[in-house]
Design a protein around this ligand. Structure first.
Ligand SMILES: NCC(=O)CCC(=O)O
Length: 430
């Protein structure tokens, strides 16, 4: 028994399933989760001191690489002045100003501590603003684990549960609550038009991942986004872009900057905190001013705008704003995906790839899927074999075929070449 097995056995005694978030548990692929001891740049080391090239980067946040010296210094400096005040600081204003500058649709922003809090609060705000209850979400999109959003949800719910029923994806979620959640297929314009035609004036909000990253990576068609923007505007519903995953990862201005869409509200997290518990939601001032203490929509948090997390976020945003950052990140990620595809082709394995900025998807299928249904038809057994062969070779992929992958600016030519060499060996072994 190795040290990872020892720790996993010990963890399961006091932590349900041995993990603090289900996607870490290797449930789809089998085997023992790796217990991390340290990380630097594109690498982390496990409890057996084996080094891995990290291709999840904490599921997105670590876009400048692990333990970037400038971020570490900023965090240390902030930590020395206390971890939390529960009172406002100038750093919060600076971070809010920076977020509004980088995403012009965000006129005002409020900070929270996790992506779940951001989407949950945005939804409450949209309902408070419109005085309506109904919301629309899309199959396979995951917006954190707030009750209303756990219907046909992606991420861990797609990996572990039966997400094929139009019922709560999780136990503990009242049917009475999710009856206000309408679920439509991603990229289905006709379904969207139909719902707005019949119930448009009762819809508070449409929430979506503008590039879905919780059912592998799925891109939206531009007609789908265009229809969504015009239908929500016409019927007075709030369009919520959940950019927790895509914000500052696919481009400096998020997916909305690539798509030319101006949402009413945007949810942010992951990269904006540089790996600290930090998230935000923001958008039109007219809507944001409905929040307490100005308006009657309540939302709060002891650690919201936490000074250490603000320092980490501000420094991370500074680094990613430097000239050439996204050009380099995008080129390296594309090079990686092209290399993986070539290696699979050589081994005659049906394989497709996609990427946007520093976010990628690969699929054991002959073409890139465009919907939740297509993703569930990809070859999961082939994925499992590939996952374990890559793990043996020292490359850590998301332990599920239903999650996107993430690179960082530290994934340079040498690292990309090492991943491709590992993949050539892995495909041969399959
Ligand atoms: N799709 C997975 C994630 O975004 C990470 C959050 C989690 O642990 O569920």
């Amino acid at each position: 028994m190795g040290q990872n097995d020892v720790l996993f056995e010990r963890a399961q005694k006091t932590i349900p399933g041995g993990v603090n978030s289900p996607v870490r548990a290797f449930r789809q692929v089998g085997g023992t989760p790796r217990f991390v001891t340290r990380a630097k740049g594109p690498y982390f080391w496990d409890a057996e001191d084996k080094r891995y090239i990290d291709l999840i980067m904490s599921w997105g946040p670590m876009i400048v690489g692990h333990a970037h010296p400038e971020v570490v210094e900023a965090v240390q400096r902030a930590a020395e002045t206390s971890f939390s005040y529960g009172a406002p600081t100038e750093g919060e204003i600076e971070l809010a100003e920076r977020l509004c500058e980088l995403m012009p649709s965000v006129e005002q922003v409020r900070m929270v501590s996790s992506g779940t809090e951001a989407t949950m609060s945005a939804l409450r705000l949209a309902r408070g603003h419109t005085g309506r209850d109904l919301i629309i979400k899309f199959e396979g999109c995951y917006h954190g684990h707030a009750d209303s959003l756990l219907v046909k949800a992606g991420s861990g719910l797609l990996t572990f549960a039966d997400s094929t029923q139009n019922a709560p994806s999780s136990g503990g979620v009242p049917h009475d609550l999710v009856k206000h959640t309408l679920v439509l297929p991603y990229n289905d314009v006709a379904a969207l038009e139909e719902v707005f035609k019949n119930q448009g004036d009762h819809i508070a909000a449409v929430i979506l991942e503008p590039i879905a990253g919780n059912m592998n990576l799925i891109q939206p068609a531009s007609e789908f986004l265009g229809a969504m923007r015009s239908l929500t505007a016409k019927h007075g519903a709030v369009l919520i872009y959940d950019e927790v995953m895509t914000g500052f990862r696919v481009a400096l201005g998020g997916a909305q900057s690539l798509q030319g869409i101006t949402p009413d509200l945007t949810c942010l997290g992951k990269v904006m905190g540089g790996g600290m518990p930090m998230a935000a939601f923001g958008g039109k001032k007219e809507i944001m001013s409905k929040l307490a203490p100005l308006g009657n929509v309540y939302q709060a948090g002891t650690l919201s705008g936490n000074p250490v997390a603000v320092a980490s976020g501000l420094k991370t945003l500074e680094i990613i704003s430097r000239a050439g950052f996204y050009e380099c990140l995008t080129a390296q990620t594309e090079k990686l995906m092209a290399g993986l595809k070539q290696a699979a082709d050589k081994a005659h394995i049906p394989f497709a790839v996609d990427s946007v900025g520093g976010m990628f998807g690969f699929y054991f299928a002959s073409k890139v899927p465009t919907s939740f249904e297509e993703v569930t038809k990809t070859n999961i057994d082939a994925f499992k074999k590939f996952f374990h062969a890559m793990l043996d070779e020292g490359v850590y992929l998301a332990p599920s075929a239903y999650e996107a992958g993430f690179t960082s600016i530290a994934h340079d030519n040498e690292v990309v070449a090492a991943i491709i060499t590992a993949a050539e060996k892995a495909f041969k072994r399959m």
